[in-house]
Design a protein around this ligand. Structure first.
Ligand SMILES: [Fe+2]
Length: 429
């Protein structure tokens, strides 16, 4: 007997990893998605090269995580470990977490404050900007050994990334010729990004970290897929967070890579799910009641018509604003079959104690085992298992017809198609 969790074969050894995919998107176009984009090692390697190390801005930190000179945080660009540090002059620096000597991932603390970085293996020392400061026994000992005469520290610093900060959010890129972050986001996405960050200083509330056994793109898909929201999430529909008839939109930027799933909670307590919709939504539970009604209070504090905005910012950032719970989800791809999620939950400077309690209480909606997050994680895991181990080779993306981009109906996969139009171009598929 197989239990639900039985894994047949290990990642990397199944027929779908071994089979060399033709790496050409199926002729049906964006109404289908080939399985191999979730399972192929070759595709994964190309994604790192062309997307995460290519022409993208990658989230690495909130400035609030490193407020003072010397503050640093271990972070990632794609799967590549980096260190984000505030230099003595206040500038934010991002360097690869890889010693220039033997490749050691030298920074071991998740966060801290340092005057310099010292590799634990041979004590090569770097300043906060990643310049090599010291090599022990550089001149050898008693005129023997040591570095060649022409060894220059300047030529052996850490690899430095390009850095830009927008409203306290730090982005890094391997590409030197990136447009400003605001332009990269585009006006459609910038509006809701600014509703969270512009003119307000985040105050950290805490972190979560979890591994999700699914391809990293599935997280983007999940938050560009309003269709599932009313079907999978009992909590959402039963307690009126997303009732049929609520104002909602699935917004995409021009390129299709970014998105904002938005909805407005109704002020009208009688607005509830109509009988026809209930029949379609098995997740609706008439028998469930909240023990603490404060849980879903919404304190209006944003310059926005929406009470919920879930932003997918290509390629590695989710900005969550669900009522009054705020968070960053940093996606770290970890092979085709896994991703690491790093969550940074925050409120704002100036929040009083009651508001902080409210945010913490409401924060239970989200996180790896949140009332809303839990089901998504499981659905993505099941999807990954299906595409990895089955005999089929593509899935269907036909909801909402042939459109790609913004829609105002929940019953559409238009934003996912827009994302894959962009992906296909960048990946040369
Ligand atoms: Fe969901």
């Amino acid at each position: 007997m197989f239990s639900a969790d039985t894994v047949i074969g290990q990642p990397g050894t199944g027929p779908k990893e071994r089979a060399a995919p033709r790496l050409k998107w199926p002729e049906q176009g964006l109404s289908v998605v080939p399985d191999w984009i979730y399972t192929s090692d070759e595709i994964y390697a190309r994604e790192i090269e062309r997307i995460f190390h290519g022409r993208t801005w990658n989230f690495v930190a909130l400035e609030a995580e490193i407020p003072d000179p010397g503050d640093f945080k271990r972070s990632y660009v794609g799967p590549t470990p980096v260190v984000v540090a505030r230099d003595t002059d206040g500038q934010v620096r991002v360097v690869e977490n890889r010693c220039a000597h033997r490749g050691v991932e030298f920074c071991r603390s998740l966060r801290g404050n340092a005057k310099e970085f010292v590799c634990p293996y041979h004590q090569w020392t770097y300043d906060l900007a990643g310049n090599l400061q010291g090599v022990p026994f550089k001149r050898g000992l008693k005129k023997e050994g040591g570095m060649p005469k022409d060894f220059r520290n300047e030529e052996h610093g850490l690899r430095k990334l390009h850095v830009q900060t927008l409203h306290g959010v730090v982005f890094a890129s391997y590409a030197a010729d990136m447009e400003p972050v605001a332009e990269y986001l585009g006006p459609e996405i910038l509006t809701d990004f600014e509703a969270v960050f512009k003119g307000r200083k985040p105050r950290l509330l805490g972190y979560y970290r979890n591994e999700l056994p699914a391809n990293w793109k599935l997280y983007h898909e999940n938050l560009k897929d309003p269709y599932h929201a009313t079907l999978l999430h009992s909590y959402l529909v039963t307690f009126g967070l997303l009732a049929a008839g609520n104002k909602s939109a699935m917004i995409a930027d021009k390129s299709g890579r970014h998105g904002t799933m938005a909805s407005a909670k109704s002020d009208d307590p009688s607005a509830s799910v109509d009988q026809d919709s209930k029949k379609e939504m098995r997740a609706f539970r008439e028998d469930m009641k909240l023990a603490d009604g404060r849980f879903l209070d919404f304190v209006r504090e944003f310059d926005s018509p929406w009470s919920v905005t879930m932003q997918t910012i290509w390629p590695n950032l989710i900005v969550q604003r669900e009522l009054n719970t705020l968070g960053i989800r940093h996606i770290v791809p970890n092979g085709p079959h896994s991703m690491i999620m790093i969550w940074v939950m925050f409120g704002y400077e100036g929040d009083d104690e009651a508001m902080t309690r409210h945010r913490l209480r409401q924060g239970n909606l989200m996180g790896p085992s949140g009332f809303l997050g839990l089901e998504d994680n499981e659905a993505m895991k099941f999807l990954q298992e299906g595409v990895r181990r089955s005999t089929g080779d593509q899935s269907v993306l036909k909801l909402g017809g042939e459109t790609e981009g913004t829609t105002h109906t929940l019953i559409s996969e238009s934003a996912i198609r827009a994302m894959y139009r962009h992906y296909r171009d960048v990946m040369g598929l």
